[in-house]
Write a new protein. Structure first.
Length: 248
């Protein structure tokens, strides 16, 4: 599919990788609808981008956003499932000073799974159902997974969500084939975004030191993979790792 033919939703698109994807799509001639909970950042996006508040963890929000995006763009044939959050912590740990045993809170589990997995799934469901009803084809979905899906200490909630999203990329590619919709995923490693900029500096430096290419990734590195999934009509049901060779 050519980028100029896309009428695409980008979730979590007010900043970071999502904002970069939206800008690149706009440059290529695509129509773009961005949703995010950060209304201040949304307002700062270029006026040519359709933008509206979206909480992907809210079922009604997802349904109304998809309907709105279709109306604003005069169609809908793409989704970049980019919205995500972190609430890192060991599932069970013992405080070194006090010996107290602490656990990952249910609230932190629910928050991450709610956005990164349930929210992504709700968006896929609503977009595909809308495309099926309007018989709009071909279509393409790009899920943002993570190399953390292979397992990473201190990220039980995030790993669970991103691993499930990668697995469902295969499932959905098979389920949506009759509608003419491809589904692919991109799994970033450590990328320079507001999310990673908030990391503990010592932990960040240690992680970067393990990246064979010798640097943290940039949003443009991930865009190149997303662009491939969007454009290559023979790519389907697979996840591309873009991580500089990092082995977590």
């Amino acid at each position: 599919m050519q980028l100029k033919d896309l009428k695409v939703i980008v979730t979590g698109g007010a900043q970071g990788m999502g904002a970069h994807f939206a800008a690149r799509l706009l440059e290529a001639g695509a129509q773009v609808a961005v949703g995010d909970v950060n209304e201040e950042k949304l307002a700062a996006l270029p006026s040519a981008i359709h933008r509206r508040r979206l909480d992907v963890a809210n079922e009604e929000d997802c349904a109304s956003f998809v309907k709105w995006a279709h109306e604003r763009m005069g169609g809908l044939n793409g989704l970049i499932n980019n919205a995500g959050i972190l609430r890192d912590g060991l599932l069970v740990k013992k405080d070194r000073a006090t010996g107290e045993v602490k656990t990952l809170s249910t609230a932190d589990w629910n928050a991450v799974v709610g956005v990164n997995l349930t929210g992504a799934t709700l968006m896929v469901r609503e977009v595909v159902a809308h495309m099926a009803r309007t018989d709009q084809r071909p279509g393409v979905i790009v899920n943002m997974s993570s190399i953390a899906r292979h397992g990473n200490r201190g990220q039980t909630n995030y790993v669970s969500a991103k691993a499930a999203l990668a697995a469902n990329t295969v499932t959905w590619s098979r389920e949506f084939a009759p509608f003419g919709i491809r589904v692919g995923a991109v799994a970033p490693g450590m990328i320079e975004t507001p999310m990673t900029q908030g990391m503990n500096q010592k932990a960040r430096d240690a992680l970067v030191a393990h990246i064979p290419v010798g640097r943290i990734g940039e949003p443009e590195d991930i865009w190149l993979a997303v662009k491939f999934v969007l454009e290559c009509d023979y790519f389907n049901g697979r996840t591309i790792d873009v991580d500089g060779g990092l082995n977590m």
